[in-house]
Design a protein around this ligand. Sequence first.
Ligand code: TYM
Length: 330
Amino acid sequence: MSEKKRIFSGIQPSGDLTLGSYMGAIKNWVALQDEYECLYCIVDMHAITVRQVPADLRRRSLEQLSQYLACGLDPKKNILFIQSHVPQHAELAWVLGCSTQFGELSRMTQFKDKSKKHADNITAGLFTYPVLMAADILLYQADLVPVGQDQKQHVELCRDIANRFNGQYSPTFTLPEPFIPKMGTRIMCLSDPTSKMSKSAPEGCVFLMDKPEDIMRKFKRAVTDCEAAVRFDKENKPGITNLLSIYCTATGKTVEEAEAEFEGQGYGIFKPAVGEAVVELLRPIREEATRLMGDKAYLESIYSEGAEKARYLAEKTLRKVYKKVGFVAR
Ligand code: TYM
């Protein structure tokens, strides 16, 4: 068994990967892959908490894997797998759900937002979604969970669930910490910088596989303000602040460097410059992901091997849990 600390994280294949999920999560996954033992998952079981077209879900799950690889995740260093290939996730989620309170789940802001958005389909799965997420993390005894700001509340609930289980039975689960980047933690929608960039608002969202001309168009149309000063100010200049965060995350420059670079220049110069930085950032990812999608046998070998390793680790935790709650050994 390795001495390295462990990481778990995942993304739903409920839409194409976005610049938000790249900057908020995947970029850090890549940065952490040498230092930690990492499991990165395609959480298809989470995706069906809202309606999906089955053929699209299947295609996007594979595309997501090819994009994980194209972003620089090395399948030799990381366990890359599809959630539904490891049945222990659902099994542990059931056990954890039996000690999670209705009130705790009712407080989850993502549930409140999503149930507004999907008012005609508020399922039990949507409500218990954070329990499945807790199972994902706890099955692997993860120390760290690299996510964007919007998932912090779920990771905190996961800690509460783990703590309670450890107290009620005996120490079983590692308590995970959220790992949230300083920059890029919350990329905002380009057409409405007061809300999160999300696949559900495609006109303000940049997708990893967008063509350069589409990326440029979206940035040129990005909502800003009428002050004409490139300055970081979350309160009063959410559009420019968001563009600065994207620019700095894409180029590695500091906010001060970027502000100095664009001092005295109008948004007509700044917006296309951000667009170009993103085009260059995503170009190699798009090319490599397209190439990998042509090699289905390779992708299959990665996810099959990943699931096998994940099942082995997951079963060790699940066996302990089943014993502690009083199930007869199978
Ligand atoms: P999901 O699929 O909505 O998003 C995937 C990851 O991308 C981050 N993210 C963003 N970061 C910055 N700015 C944005 N606009 C932005 N949009 C998305 C999210 O914070 C997330 O890290 N419940 C999770 C998936 C999940 C999971 C897990 C994560 C399931 N099980 C276990 C970690 C550990 C979700 O819906 O993420």
